[in-house]
Ligand binder design. Sequence first.
Ligand code: BES
Ligand code: MN
Ligand code: ZN
Length: 508
Amino acid sequence: MTALTLSTAAAPGLRADAIVIGVAKGAKGPVVAPGAEAVDKAYDGRLAGVLETLGASGAEGELTKLPAPAGFKAPLVVAVGLGAEPDKDAGYDAEALRRAAGVAARALTGARKAAFALPADGPGAIGAIGEGVLLGAYAFDSYKESAKDARAKNGKTPLAEAVLLGGKPRDAAHKGAVARAVAVSEELNRARDLINMPPNDLTPQAFAGIAQSAAKEHGLKIQVLDEKALVKGGYGGIMGVGGGSAATPRLVKLSYAHPKADKHLALVGKGITYDSGGISLKPAGHNETMKCDMSGAAAVFAAVVAAARLGLRVNVTGWLALAENMPSGSAVRPGDVLRMYSGKTVEVLNTDAEGRLVLGDALWAASQEAPDAIVDVATLTGAMVLALGSRTFGIMANDDAFRTALHEAAEEVGEPAWQMPLPEHLRKGMDSPVADIANMGERMGGGLVAGLFLREFVGEGITWAHLDIAGPAFNEGGPFGYTPKGGTGSAVRTLVRLAELTAAGDLG
Ligand code: BES
Ligand code: MN
Ligand code: ZN
């Protein structure tokens, strides 16, 4: 990953491939954002005009390259749009900085070193710029043999080094902001790697093995239930879904404990390493991206490791419900009844509604430890994508205050989210003539129906929320801001923020 450092050096004397500056949309044209004073001065204070001549407006996502002024060691200035200029006393929005830094980092692929002269007026801004750089510079090309040769020839590697100007290397808060950005971004990028990994390599067993290595590295406790243990333990949901695949399922419990913690947070992730739909096979066109169906488990995994690296004063247990949903002679059929870990029976009407089955078992397992709250994360329904689009995740919960707190945490870290209801009247659509509940109900409101199903497997009296990240987990379009094509790492930053708020006692 890109190396990130703070420096008080002046821009002109810096040896770098480029100096990144911010340009905002002012009332009368583009304005140069604070941080770029030295560059503007070298342009005789005419930089805003120069940028306007080059067609820059300061709009978000915009990127303008211009030659560095005489006397600068760096040859290139890269101006990135920050959107509307904030009011006089207000600073730049953290998410605007994060996105602009990401746009610049992406454009600097192939460069060795860049200096970021963006408005870094405090730890919040420094952390946001740092995250934008580290997340924007991400690339997944470990499977491109051809790219390896090309890289050797034209150096098309991600930006190697980023120097943040304006931050003070000796200021504890500034240093802390960089350390947090590095820990969160590194784990988030690892989640992206897992999501992007092809499903023939990332089997449930392989995922569990990666979790084991991480547990060893970060001193976490880990327990892996393999298929024998799952059968013995009565995990009918996970075994039912995983039964059709030669790659057998796993339930991973990864625990981070702080000696002085007085709160316990449980995170549960849907980890379908490939969702073919099973016997209710998905049609072609709906399955090429279904390696992303373990994005919830990847987010939970990343968040637990990040919490450990940050040393948060809270206990965090991550549950990864890992299985591959495949059709075969041993696969679960529409019409089968599964006996879940909780003892409830489920009539499987559609084998493509598999996420709720593995999550049902994991939610019940998490409930047995009576945590203060449970949050599950899942690429659960296409209905949520229809409702909220491909950049916003849905939040459902059995507690209004907790749902609102999660929404605020998501907003704070720059993850678009929206609160969704769990309408009671939709529950009866899942009544089954043979079992306690069916795994499908009314088609309309399918995302909420799935949420209502999950609620049945949360222990009595436990605060619970469900994040349906089916939209934002995997970016099928082009890259934007700090978000690459493919796995995005959706929900990681919201979960880390939730752990921080829980540690600080700012929740319940
Ligand atoms: N993994 C899918 C949901 C999904 C859709 C994730 C699009 C990412 C992008 C899930 O397992 C699924 O197939 N859900 C079904 C449920 C239905 C059969 C009740 C769906 O949404 O169609
Ligand atoms: Mn499915
Ligand atoms: Zn699925």
